[in-house]
Design a protein around this ligand. Sequence first.
Ligand code: BDR
Ligand code: CA
Length: 307
Amino acid sequence: MTAQKIIIDTDPGVDDAMAIFYAFLQPDLEVVGLTTIFGNVSVDIATRNALVLAELANRDVPVARGAEKPLLMAPKPHSSHVHGTEGFGNMPPRTPKGQAVDETAAEFIVRQINENPGEITLCPIGPLTNIALALELDPSIAGKTKSVVLMGGGLELGNVTEFAEANIWNDPHAADRVFAADWDVVMVGLDVTQQITCGAPEFDRAARGAPVLGGFLSEATEFYLEFYESVLGEPVCRLHDPSATVAITRPDLFTIENHALEVIVDGTRIGQTVRSSSQGRRPVRVCMGVDAAMVKELFLSTMESGF
Ligand code: BDR
Ligand code: CA
């Protein structure tokens, strides 16, 4: 089987690094490019970090810088308490050798989809601003994109608030436009990612198998695990972003429900993803169940296959 072409739209970010390394190491996936977005960190730091991750993995993939703020609302503070001020926990910042391409993230996405009609899966694992901007730039991409498999949202749960998940909360208007477009969307949200947990022993296993890439994750997750321990009372993190890249390669590990969705864009429930009663919205394939042990094992064994 030929590898599936994917573009990862990302705000690296500790769990973004996990998703990106998984995609680089997984033979079923061909990473066509990384596009960057504000969120866990500023878009400048996200762009630098995406370049660093690609270089660490010896992958010559284009990195396109994206939006620095939400479509309409004022930006929220970055998640430095979760991911560290530089994005990878307490690890000092690294300077990449390369630089971002001249195109914006939205321009890169539009061009790649038009050059590869029906072949590109978009994998947004940050706020959805770049994806909404790409739709605005060329609405015809909705009919030419293979699928959008995103990490974000949740029908039963929030994480930044009782109602909202971070990626949707950071730009609810953009997320609503993505759910409103006529394309295939798979939502890998908190309903499943909260069930997939991982602690230091597992990251040590990845580091033993793959000293460079696994070792990087093991170091980057120290701070991330401390954050989770302060919230959950135990030192285990959730595998949010890698769940989306795993879902592209192994959709059979997830139980899907079809629901048209919309995003609440104001009030106390801002950022909540809810079932939509508006006519004409295409159902989103919402992941509501998961074989958590298998997703974790696939992630770890793929990491171990690295270097
Ligand atoms: C999502 O928010 C970010 O902090 C993570 O990288 C992930 O994409 C989880 O809610
Ligand atoms: Ca992310």
